[in-house]
Write a protein that binds this ligand. Structure first.
Ligand code: DC
Length: 215
C-alpha cells in the first residue's frame, strides 16, 4: 500500500498519455506528434496485436489455437524503432496485409493473448519511468486507467475510410464492429477520457489542443 506522499509522487511522475479510438481516428499521427513535442516514446499497441496475427498466419497456425497464440505473444519484442519481432523474426512488413487486417480481430478477441500483451505494455511504460504516449483500444479503460491524460479520438466513417484507403471502408467498419462488441476489453469511452472528434481537423490542431490539456 502506498502512503499518500508516495502516491502523489507517483502521480507527479506519471506522464502516460493514453489514446484510444476506432481505426482511422488519427491516433497514430497524433501520438507521433505528441511524442515528438513532449520528447517521450510512443507505443502503437495495435501493431502488437497485428504482429501476433501476422506470425500466426505466416506459420500456418490455427487462429483458434489459443496455446499457439499465447506462445507467439510471449515471443513478441517491439524494438526502439517500433519494429515487431516474434521469436526473433521481423514480421513488420506483414502488419498491414489484408490477411492480417482480418485475422487481427480474432487474435485481439482472445483474452489470454490480451493478458500477455497488456503485461508487455505495462513493462514498456515502467522501463520509461511511466512516460510515454500509448495508443490502442483499451489503454484508458484497462491498461493505464490512471494515465495522466486519457483521450478518445473519433472521426466520421467517411473520413476514417479516406485516411485508411489502403484497407477500405468495409474492412474498417467490420473491424470496428468486432472491436466494440467483443467480450474482452471492447473499445469504449473510458471513465475520465476526453472525447475529441478529429473530422476535418489537422494533426497540428488536434495535437495543440491536447497539449493545452496538460497545462
Ligand atoms: O490500431 P490498429 O488498427 O492497428 O489495431 C489493429 C487491431 O488490434 C484492432 O482492430 C483491434 C486490436 N487492438 C486491440 O484490440 N487493442 C489494442 N490496445 C490495440 C489494438
Amino acid at each position: 500500500m502506498l502512503t499518500t506522499e508516495q502516491n502523489s509522487e507517483a502521480q507527479a511522475d506519471n506522464l502516460i498519455i493514453a489514446i484510444d479510438g476506432p481505426a482511422g481516428a488519427g491516433k497514430s499521427s497524433v501520438a507521433k506528434a505528441l511524442s515528438e513535442q513532449l520528447l517521450i516514446d510512443r507505443l502503437d499497441t495495435g501493431s502488437m496485436y497485428r504482429a501476433v496475427a501476422a506470425a500466426a498466419l505466416a506459420s500456418g497456425a490455427e487462429l483458434h489455437d489459443v496455446e499457439e497464440l499465447i506462445r507467439l505473444a510471449n515471443g513478441l519484442e517491439v524494438t526502439g524503432e517500433g519494429r515487431c519481432l516474434v521469436h526473433g523474426t521481423d514480421v513488420s512488413p506483414l502488419l498491414r496485409d489484408a490477411a492480417t487486417n482480418t485475422a487481427v480481430s480474432v487474435v485481439a478477441a482472445t483474452s489470454e493473448v490480451r493478458a500477455v500483451l497488456v503485461a508487455l505494455q505495462r513493462s514498456w511504460a515502467k522501463a520509461r519511468s511511466m512516460a510515454g504516449v500509448i495508443e490502442g483500444r483499451d489503454i484508458a479503460s484497462v491498461v493505464f486507467p490512471d494515465a495522466r491524460l486519457k483521450i478518445y479520438l473519433t472521426a466520421s466513417v467517411e473520413e476514417r475510410a479516406r485516411r485508411r484507403s489502403d484497407e477500405g471502408a468495409a474492412s474498417i467498419v467490420r473491424r470496428d464492429a468486432v472491436d466494440s462488441t467483443r467480450a474482452a476489453s471492447p473499445l469504449r469511452l473510458a471513465d475520465g477520457s476526453r472525447e475529441l472528434d478529429t473530422t476535418g481537423r489537422s494533426i497540428d490542431d488536434v495535437t495543440n489542443e491536447i497539449l493545452s490539456w496538460l497545462k
